[in-house]
Design a protein around this ligand. Structure first.
Ligand code: SAM
Length: 328
């Protein structure tokens, strides 16, 4: 009898083989994890420079587990656990993965707003790919083409290897998303916004949402860049800091959104999901204006209760259903 759950078994293989590769390649755990993920996908040990003894040890472990035997969501969850382990060893506050509960809720929202069977989704701050993969795996009854952009090459490597293991069709670009993007406009955008100042004032000057003085907010510029790369009528789902509409630069953002978007909803996530009040977030849903679109009768506003309170969560879902019937 197998004492491990499928996710535990996958995690054990990712973790143990990453440890071997980390030693064999003298690299970090996260680098080794991306390597092992790619090995598992390609069903071979790709690190030719590595000593034979390490190659034999990892291969033995790969032989005990075939990715094809596992559902995509199990692969994502186990990979996510291994990435979290690696991130603990090397903490970078702005590189945090989007937590599962948020990704699952955004997937639910996207499923409701996006009616088409086939559509494209852009994540301009794709990080490890966890949020984008959650959406693509959860909406597996649709045909989704993913596009991700990320400035950090290690995170992008993790996203690439993860997408391969989950057999998801994703185009990935390693660049600053606020520089010109050579991608087709997407039907939808999903983004856990990086929050802070954007240091490149020259580049920021090209945006309507640039600050009049000093550095601009990267999160504002990300919203504008996302809007530019969304098709007219497309939807955008952002994870935003709760204070987005209270900052000194918020009036400019309001004006921009009135001109280019229809705000669909703002859903504040439960504070219990975050370390402290300052890091708490909400989901902002926008539609890019088009000739045949109009603003909803009412913006959907809600405070999400703790996910543990299933009755309260059901009430919010019911409120959202009612809003869809009345406003969309
Ligand atoms: N959703 C991602 C995930 O599940 O892993 C996490 C996104 S994280 C909150 C924000 C990401 O934005 C980080 O990975 C960071 O490296 C990236 N980022 C920050 N500034 C960027 C820029 N100018 N261009 C592209 N990516 C950027």
């Amino acid at each position: 009898m197998n004492e491990f759950s499928p996710i535990e078994k996958l995690f054990k293989t990712f973790d143990e083989t990453a440890d071997i590769l980390q030693e064999g390649l003298s690299c970090t755990y996260l680098e080794a994890l991306a390597e092992t993920a790619e090995n598992l996908f390609q069903e071979q040990v790709l690190q030719e420079e590595m000593d034979e003894s390490y190659k034999k040890r990892v291969w033995k472990k790969y032989e005990e587990m075939k990715l094809a035997d596992y559902p995509k969501e199990d692969i994502r969850k186990a990979y996510q656990l291994a990435i979290l382990k690696g991130m603990k060893e090397n903490v970078q506050p702005n590189h945090q993965m989007t937590p599962d509960s948020i990704g699952l809720f955004i997937s639910y929202l996207m499923g409701k707003f996006m009616k088409a069977e086939e559509f494209s989704v852009l994540d301009p701050a794709v990080g490890t790919g966890n949020l984008l993969m959650t959406v693509m795996n959860q909406l597996s009854d649709r045909s989704i083409a993913g596009v991700g952009v990320e400035i950090d090459d290690l995170l992008l490597k993790l996203a690439y290897a993860g997408a391969n293991m989950m057999e998801q069709s994703v185009q990935l670009y390693n660049q600053d998303s606020l520089e010109p993007l050579f991608i087709d406009p997407a039907d939808a955008v999903v983004c856990d916004l990086p929050v802070g100042y954007y240091p490149n004032d020259v580049r920021a000057a090209d945006y309507e949402l640039k600050a009049e003085e000093g550095h601009s907010y990267a999160h504002h510029l990300f919203i504008e860049q996302s809007m530019i790369h969304t098709k007219p009528g497309g939807y955008l789902f952002f994870l935003i800091p709760n204070g987005l509409f209270d900052s000194p630069l918020a009036p400019g953002l309001h004006k921009y959104l009135q001109k280019h978007a229809h705000i669909q909803g703002v859903i504040q996530l439960p504070l219990s999901m975050f370390k402290n009040q300052q890091s708490a977030k909400s989901i902002l849903i926008l539609q890019k204006q088009a000739e045949d679109t109009k603003a909803p009768k009412q913006v959907f506003l809600a405070n999400m209760p703790s996910m543990k309170n299933s009755q309260a969560v059901e009430n919010i879902m019911a409120k959202l259903e009612k809003w869809f019937q009345e406003s969309k």
